[in-house]
Design a protein around this ligand. Structure first.
Ligand SMILES: Cc1ncc(COP(=O)(O)O)c(C=O)c1O
Length: 314
């Protein structure tokens, strides 16, 4: 068994933890957190899920190099760099925008893990999904296994879909809701792909705008025709857009009402949304909700550096 097989196939103990709150007693709502953030410090949360089948595929096809795309604070970039160092892949990160020195904590970490960073203009970065643009990097770096931005592709959706079986078996019942934060929508598509029709999959968009729903439908159509139709996307808790925040959001994360460390880009917004919707009576009385902690905690340091140490990291 290869190191990669071993890493991804070692069975984790249940990562499903119940949150204990008086407030949920009001309408008898139970909230569980699927602590995928505990899977690994850097190959964490949905990155672990998304990389699983991609790394196995890269290994099987004999690739020695992984090339991927990301913003300067990307959790995915940090995860690919960590995975490369763990499994002896050379890693190349194509980063959006100009190089700023000293490197921010995410990119400094990626470099320490051996990732080679290559900065491209924002205009060029827009071509990141175009096959011709991607292929051009072969001239510079030789052949590579391409991982798209955010790690979302067919194999990533397959990896994320496995979360459903783990939740159902750990909970020993079908939850009424499974909630997840959304960026590209790949994680949510994975959950929808394998969800029991009795479970509503509820995504919380970290981005402003309504385009994501269509993108999730496209991801689903390329993955599996037989997916659950019981899902929706909430777009009310983006706090101004991607990586935008308000003091209310930061206070919520710092208060740690969930007793769990949350990141400000994805999981903090989702938990804020879940708590708010519980208070507003959105979830039917007696519901069991599972919230997926998708990781992203590496981003806290960079967020604090940008915005003045607003988040307590512990
Ligand atoms: C911590 C974290 N949570 C959630 C997401 C959103 O996942 P997806 O892009 O699959 O919607 C991301 C970004 O990809 C992330 O880094």
């Amino acid at each position: 068994m290869s190191k990669i097989h071993h890493f991804f196939n070692t069975k984790n103990s249940s990562l499903l933890k119940k949150l204990d709150f008086d407030r949920f007693g009001v309408n008898n709502i139970r909230v569980y957190v699927k602590r995928d953030d505990l899977l690994h410090p850097f190959v964490s949360g949905n990155k672990w899920r998304k990389l699983k089948y991609n790394l196995l595929e890269a290994e099987e096809k004999g690739h020695k190099t992984l090339l991927t795309f990301g913003g300067a604070f990307s959790n995915h970039i940090a995860a690919v760099a960590a995975a490369g160092s763990e499994f002896d892949f050379k890693t190349i990160g194509i980063i959006r925008g100009e190089k700023v020195e000293p490197l921010n904590p995410t990119l400094a970490y990626a470099t320490q893990q051996g990732m080679e960073l290559h900065f491209v203009s924002r205009t060029d970065y827009k071509k990141r999904s175009a096959p011709d643009f991607i292929k051009k990097f072969e001239k510079q770096f030789g052949t590579f296994y391409h991982l798209p931005e955010g790690g979302t592709n067919h194999l990533a959706i397959k990896g994320c879909s496995e979360i459903i079986e783990e939740i159902n078996s750990d909970l020993m019942q079908r939850p009424d809701y499974i909630c997840a934060p959304c960026g590209t929508g790949g994680t949510l598509a994975g959950l929808i792909a394998k969800a029991d029709p009795a479970t509503h999959i509820l995504g919380f968009s970290a981005l402003k705008g309504d385009f994501l729903k269509e993108e999730i439908k496209t991801l689903l159509s390329s993955f599996d025709a037989n997916h659950s139709q019981n899902w929706s996307l909430n777009t009310d808790y983006h706090f101004g857009g991607y990586a935008k925040w308000t003091p209310e959001l930061v206070n919520f994360i710092n208060e740690k009402r969930s007793k769990i460390i949350l990141d400000p880009i994805y999981t903090g917004k989702m938990f804020f949304g879940i708590f708010d919707l519980i208070q507003k009576g959105f979830f039917k009385s007696g519901s069991t909700i599972v919230a997926l902690h998708t990781g992203g905690l590496q981003g806290i340091e960079g967020f604090n550096q940008r915005f003045g140490q607003v988040l307590r990291a512990k």
